[in-house]
Design a protein around this ligand. Structure first.
Ligand code: PBG
Length: 323
């Protein structure tokens, strides 16, 4: 008799391995992000060069793409808007006929069961590309809260199922919650991008959403990537302000943060597998250096294992076809 652990006993067959598998990726865990562009041609489908397989979609093209993905089991989407007109205060974010409001109304009408989450931020709508109001080249926290709250109410009126503030202003979850409650939406949930790092992994997204800041960077509002404990403070603040779910973003470089949050809080957790994480895998896959499909499944399973209940990933459509 051997006196060492024989871990291989439970790895001997597919059946045994499946029997003891601890983590499973399920279709209902996945959220597909889409970029909706305000375009003269609603059928427009404009490729995003740094994100092969992802597009800026006109309203009609969005609906068609969702219809196809629904056939493969798509349950939830998060929408990002690219308006045809940007200004200093991002007014298209909260206009009743803003592109996201149009997209939400259209999708909810065509697919009442689809969960439509809206990213709630100003950077795609401001001429300077920052997530708030600028004074003296600095993003002003409190004046921005009012605009975020207006955006939340506009998205609620359009029929969104969940709002996801991603701006990283202090106090925004509370401000949005109060505005929703006052406007008759006390039951609309908020998924807060609570722990969002200032990350170079957002590069391809900023090409896609045309939201690269015209000056400076986002480091005065997004978190320093070196910090773990600060993530807990951000999470506690958002819980106190009324967040229903919390997000960690990006995903793979921050699995320690996710794992710690899973221990510390009992809200459902989301992780955003962001644009740069997508593009890295795509690029290596195109070169034939990795098995793209396997790397995607391994990455997403790792994110779940670390503690995510749901994952926002550009690979959702692809994975749904496989599951
Ligand atoms: C908007 C926002 C960003 C992302 C999600 N919401 C960009 C940013 O903060 O610069 C990034 C998503 C991705 O990279 O896939 N604030």
């Amino acid at each position: 008799m051997s006196d060492f652990y024989r871990g291989r006993r439970l790895r001997r067959s597919v059946g045994l391995r499946e029997l003891v598998r601890e983590t499973e990726l399920r279709p209902q865990d996945l959220v597909q992000p889409y970029f909706v562009v305000e375009h003269d041609d609603p059928g427009a489908q404009l490729p995003i060069p740094s994100m092969p397989g992802q597009f800026q979609l006109g309203l009609q093209a969005l609906q068609e793409r969702v219809a196809k993905a629904r056939d493969h089991g798509l349950r939830a989407v998060i929408l990002f808007g690219i308006p045809d007109h940007k200004d200093e205060v991002g007014s298209q974010a909260y206009a009743a006929e803003g592109i996201i409001q149009q997209a939400v109304r259209r999708l909810k009408k065509a697919f009442p069961e689809l969960i439509v989450i809206t990213d709630l931020c100003l950077c795609e709508y401001t001429s300077h590309g920052h997530c708030g109001v600028i004074r003296n080249e600095y993003v002003q926290n409190d004046p921005t809260l009012e605009l975020l709250a207006r955006t939340g109410v506009a998205q609620a009126e359009a029929g969104a199922d969940m709002l996801a503030p991603s701006d990283m202003m202090d106090g925004r979850v509370g401000a949005i919650r109060a505005a929703l409650d006052e406007s008759g939406y006390p039951e609309l949930p908020i998924l807060s991008y609570a722990v969002k790092y200032a990350s170079a992994f957002y590069g391809p997204f900023r090409d896609a959403a045309q939201s690269t800041p015209a000056f400076g960077d986002r480091k005065t509002y997004q978190m320093d990537s070196a910090n773990l404990r600060e993530g807990s403070r951000e999470a506690r603040a958002d819980i106190a302000e009324g967040a229903d779910m919390l997000m960690v973003k990006p995903a793979l470089p921050y699995l320690d943060v996710l794992s710690r949050l899973r221990q510390e809080c009992d809200l459902p957790l989301a992780a955003y597998h962001v644009s740069g994480e997508y593009s890295l895998i795509k690029a290596a896959g195109e070169k034939g250096w990795i098995d793209e499909q396997q790397v995607v499944l391994e990455s997403l399973t790792g994110i779940k294992r670390a503690g995510a209940d749901i994952i926002l990933t550009y690979f959702t459509e692809m994975v749904l076809k496989e599951l």
